[in-house]
Design a protein around this ligand. Structure first.
Ligand SMILES: Nc1ncnc2c1ncn2[C@@H]1O[C@H](COP(=O)(O)OP(=O)(O)O)[C@@H](O)[C@H]1O
Ligand SMILES: [Mg+2]
Length: 396
């Protein structure tokens, strides 16, 4: 491709440009040798061609590049299967070779990666899950093409603020919890939910990304996963026994971290203290000064139960229970507003606006009752007429 582009944001640039006028980054990059060279173009089985930019993230399972679909010009994120535990090497022709003894595991991983991409593409209607647009095999590895998300991860957001208020975050989490429930029903577990894998979008919604560790629920084989202490539940330290409640713990841990600013204690540490008859080192958010309704806090702590069987067993239970607390809070605030209105004490404001019996000054007063003088007047007249008649009769 002859057109020059910025490898950081994929925008076209003119030949003399050294710094991108859009994102400000240098056009020249010195990428590590195991990355695909900037400017690589790969074609999927669906006939789409993708231009590769720089690597935006490098985890245990793969490399995530920024890219562009050449026909539409659409910005994409492309994940390349590159499992570090297979000690892969990038060859001269850009293909990947794992260490010989890991060849079988590596091949199996490619198939899992592709079947996962296919399952994710089938749930591309779920707004809180990153949309998979395409997937294909090339370079003796596999690629998953996703919509490019112009957001900031919760992890990044927490670098610039101490906490995110629970009242702000919990309503934002609800759609994500419901979508995650649907994802579980489709047979996909995430297994690596943490603040760095949830994107806060410019419209304020949240999106879950990084399905590198995800694996079909039906697949009995276990996979080595690099666990994130504080976010991974106890069953992830074992090879079996994972389910919807595994992601549920991780999402509650993420919520806990964002509203308290503290990473929950790692689950093995919690387990050890329980064996020693010591109190659970995971303290409720209110003990850290977080303001949230006790009912909401109880639900969050329920999701963070150490024992998988004690937790809510699916995302819908967690989501609907949290939703109930939000509805209750809204109803309470509406009632409170109307009670406040009913007992509003009339005040004279600093501006000198006089309240009119508790109504604003401009409100017309209800008509006052006018005293009637008609009856006494009639009695007096009748009396006078009677007296005059008696006097007249006496005189005659
Ligand atoms: N769809 C996407 N859109 C935009 N940026 C993305 C997307 N997917 C990943 N990224 C960026 O790349 C980083 C790493 O990607 P991720 O999928 O989490 O892989 P890993 O954590 O295994 O490196 C993310 O934190 C995010 O900044
Ligand atoms: Mg990640």
């Amino acid at each position: 491709m002859s057109e020059l582009f910025c490898p950081h944001c994929m925008k076209s640039v003119s030949p003399q440009t050294r710094f991108c006028p859009v994102c400000g980054n240098g056009i020249e990059v010195n990428a590590p040798a195991h990355h695909l060279p900037v400017g690589t173009v790969l074609r999927s089985g669906n006939g789409h061609s993708f231009l590769f930019g720089i690597v935006k993230g490098e985890g245990g399972f793969g490399l995530t590049y920024i890219g562009k679909e050449l026909t539409s010009g659409r910005l994409v994120a492309i994940k390349e299967y590159f499992p570090s535990r297979c000690q892969p090497q990038r060859m001269q022709d850009a293909s990947i070779r794992p260490q010989e003894r890991f060849e079988e595991v590596y091949e199996h991983g490619i198939q899992s990666f592709l079947s996962e991409a296919s399952m994710l593409r089938a749930v591309a209607h779920l707004p809180s899950i990153v949309h998979v647009l395409d997937y294909f095999e090339a370079n003796h590895t596999a690629y998953m093409v996703m919509e490019y998300l112009e957001g900031s991860t919760l992890y990044h957001m927490m670098q610039s603020q101490e906490r995110i208020p629970a009242q702000v975050l919990i309503p934002k989490f609800l759609p994500l919890l419901y979508d995650l429930g649907n994802l579980h029903k489709a047979g996909v577990l995430h297994r690596d939910i943490a603040p760095d894998n949830i994107m806060w979008m410019p419209d304020g919604s949240l999106k879950l990304l990084d399905f590198g560790c995800a694996r079909s629920l039906e697949d009995g084989r276990s996979m080595t996963v690099v666990l994130k202490p504080g976010f991974a539940p106890i069953e992830q330290y074992q090879t079996r026994g994972q389910g919807s409640y595994t992601d549920l713990y991780a999402i509650c841990a993420t919520l806990y971290y964002c509203i308290t600013g503290k990473v929950p204690p790692a689950s093995p540490e919690r387990l050890t203290t329980t064996f020693d008859n010591q109190p659970d080192p995971l303290v409720p958010p209110s003990a850290l000064g977080v303001s949230m309704p006790p009912e909401q806090e109880q639900i969050l702590m329920w999701g963070l139960s150490l024992q998988p069987s004690v937790r809510p067993q699916n995302m819908e239970t967690l989501a609907s229970r949290l939703e109930e607390t939000l509805i209750k809070m809204t109803q309470m605030s509406v009632t409170q507003m109307s009670v406040t209105k009913m007992f509003d004490v009339p005040e004279q404001t600093g501006g000198g606006e006089v309240m009119n019996n508790g109504y604003p000054a401009e409100t017309p007063m209800p008509p006052a009752k006018v005293k009637s003088f008609r009856l006494p007047l009639a009695i007096a007249i009748t009396g006078a007429v009677v007296i005059a008649a008696v006097v007249l009769l006496c005189l005659l």
